[in-house]
Design a protein around this ligand. Structure first.
Ligand code: NAP
Length: 263
């Protein structure tokens, strides 16, 4: 069965693409293939050439630097979105960061500075982006972010990032309530382990990835392409009626304790 999604009259802002492996890019690829006009934001100037390379050849695309924790840069980003598109139909938040030290030590030893950084970058920026976007969002618009199962269960070394993801999931529900009467949907996608730059900064990620592949219901990990397809569903009119949810795309990893015959 094939479903054609036409987003040629729609606009999107995607925040947090570092390179072709980024989950934000997997989502953007789906939007661009459906004809959507897409703006991108990136944190620092060092990411600009990569994003320019990725988006070359796509029409209706623009890119702008914006650190999501910087109020002035966020104001400028959404002013640019208004100037380019007038209104927005979709917002993708694909941003997370925790200081390395917070993921190497015991969770018990998390410093207040590392706690604040992780929660601010990985959870509060969703609230901030939604607030900046609100005046531009059309009724029925859709907001999607990315989360991980360490919000629900202890994943070794994920530490304060697990707390940040729990905050992101709760924020998703509160934002969905605030924006619900305009039928603006807010959902978060819980992705299984995927090899990206952010993932590489998690101590022991390779082992986690391999274990995921062995223990998931499918006997493999989910792919960025599968994240992109779930995002397309949630961002497009296919997903009307769905809001405030954490939806898993993990090849059935989170439903398993351990696969028979595996450790
Ligand atoms: P990624 O390619 O490294 O993307 C993360 C992006 O966040 C990078 O572009 C990074 O920019 C950006 N970022 C960090 N701090 C920022 C800030 N203050 N302002 C603006 N942008 C900022 O890694 P990814 O795995 O695709 O991560 C995207 C999302 O998926 C994250 O929320 C992550 O937690 C989530 N997720 C990933 C996995 C996985 O296994 N990969 C699983 C579940 C959920 P810089 O490169 O400049 O830091």
């Amino acid at each position: 069965m094939s479903v054609t999604v036409d987003l040629s009259s729609k606009t999107a802002l995607v925040m947090g693409v570092a390179n072709a492996r980024s989950l934000g890019w997997a989502i953007a690829e789906q939007l661009l293939a459906a004809g959507c006009r897409v703006g991108f934001s990136y944190q620092g100037e060092r990411l600009k050439p990569e994003l320019e390379k990725l988006t070359a050849g796509h029409s209706g695309v623009w890119i702008q630097q914006a650190d999501a924790t910087n109020e002035e840069e966020m104001t400028a980003l959404f002013a640019r979105a208004k100037e380019e598109f007038g209104t927005l139909d979709m917002l993708v938040h694909s941003i997370a960061f925790a200081p390395r030290g917070a993921m190497e030590n015991r969770f018990l030893d998390t410093s207040p500075e590392d706690w604040n950084t992780a929660l601010s970058v990985s959870a509060y920026t969703l609230v901030s982006a939604a607030r900046h976007a609100e005046p531009l969002l059309n009724d029925g618009a859709s907001i999607v972010s990315l989360t991980y199962h360490a919000s629900q269960q202890v994943v070794p070394k994920y530490n304060v990032m697990g707390v940040a993801k729990a905050a992101l999931e709760a924020a998703t529900r509160y934002l969905a309530a605030d924006l619900g009467l305009r039928e603006i949907r807010v959902n978060t996608i819980s992705a299984g382990p995927m090899r990206t730059i952010a993932a590489r900064s998690i101590p022991g990620f390779s082992g986690l990835y391999d274990k995921g592949a062995r223990n998931a219901a499918f006997g493999r990990n989910a792919t960025p392409g599968e994240v992109g397809k779930l995002a397309l569903f949630l961002l497009s009119d296919l997903g009307t009626g769905v809001t405030g949810q954490t939806m898993y795309v993990d090849a059935g990893l989170s439903i398993m304790t351990v696969r028979e015959g595996q450790e």
